[in-house]
Design a protein around this ligand. Structure first.
Ligand SMILES: NC(=O)c1ccc[n+]([C@@H]2O[C@H](COP(=O)([O-])OP(=O)(O)OC[C@H]3O[C@@H](n4cnc5c(N)ncnc54)[C@H](OP(=O)(O)O)[C@@H]3O)[C@@H](O)[C@H]2O)c1
Length: 232
């Protein structure tokens, strides 16, 4: 049985990934930071193949405690990430630091801690964003720059860890979630500009992650999954 760890396992994308990998016979350890109840519900839904633990990527103590309880891994998915929206004139050092601490440094921290547990032939997938490549909704320079860093980190780490470990990134467009209802401005902007005229589903993201985990020729790749937003 293959084994993986995903951070932010109760998020929109995380939940779909846990579900997809468990259904395909993997054992999944998934981290939550604040969403303990959601994590417990997911454990109940999936049974013994899905195990939750507290994992705050801003805290090395939390990371080492979580990683201590896992065995050898085939896959790490760095999925945890936070988002906010500020015009440059209102953006503080603290807010830039908060976003980078989770979206970039958090990924360095978790990867470093997990690396000794990753089996030869295993892989790492980082969740970037289409925002790494082009502006989307405005007022997100700090988030966009953090995801640009994820792309550069992915390519550089792929070169460093080859041929033992593959490293790739997925760059999703806007992912459908209950809060993105008909009245959502960002949904309207995304759907107007994407050539498929719709959002990405979390299941489509999970499916792409599975392909990236299983395809042994893939490394240093950053795959856009954005309904053609970046081609439109
Ligand atoms: N949704 C989209 O449209 C979209 C598009 C492109 C890229 N992405 C990226 O995809 C990833 C997942 O996005 P999402 O929308 O599914 O997430 P989400 O629903 O907004 O949830 C954020 C996730 O990150 C976790 N998290 C936040 N701070 C953390 C910390 N300090 N340590 C560990 N975990 C932490 C949260 O855990 P708790 O809830 O337990 O606190 C939660 O699981 C993110 O990296 C995001 O930037 C999302």
């Amino acid at each position: 049985m293959k084994r993986m760890l995903i951070s932010g396992g109760t998020s929109t994308i995380g939940k779909a990934a846990v579900r997809h990998f468990v259904h395909n016979g993997w054992h999944v350890w998934f981290g939550y930071d604040t969403a303990r109840e959601k994590a417990e519900a997911l454990e109940e839904e999936f049974g013994p193949s899905a195990v939750a633990f507290r994992l705050n990527v801003r805290d090395n103590g939390s990371i080492s405690e979580a990683v201590r309880s896992i065995d050898d891994l085939d896959l790490l998915i760095n999925n945890s990430g936070i988002f906010s929206s500020f015009l440059t004139e209102a953006l503080t050092d603290e807010e830039v630091g908060r976003i980078f601490d989770v979206n970039v440094t958090g990924l360095f921290r978790l990867t470093k801690a997990v690396l000794p547990k990753l089996k030869e032939g295993g892989s790492i997938i980082n969740i970037a964003s289409l925002n790494a490549f082009m502006p989307t909704f405005g007022s997100t320079t700090h988030y966009d720059a953090s995801k640009g860093a994820v792309v550069a980190y992915t390519r550089s780490l792929a070169a460093e860890l080859a041929p033992k470990i593959r490293v790739n990134a997925l760059a999703p467009g806007l992912v459908a979630a209950p809060y993105l209802d008909e009245t959502s401005d960002i949904r309207r902007i995304f759907e107007e500009r994407s050539v498929l005229k719709r959002m990405v589903t979390a299941e489509e993201v999970a499916h792409a992650l599975y392909f990236m985990a299983e395809n042994t020729a893939l490394t240093g790749a950053v795959i856009p999954l954005d309904c053609g937003y970046t081609t439109g």
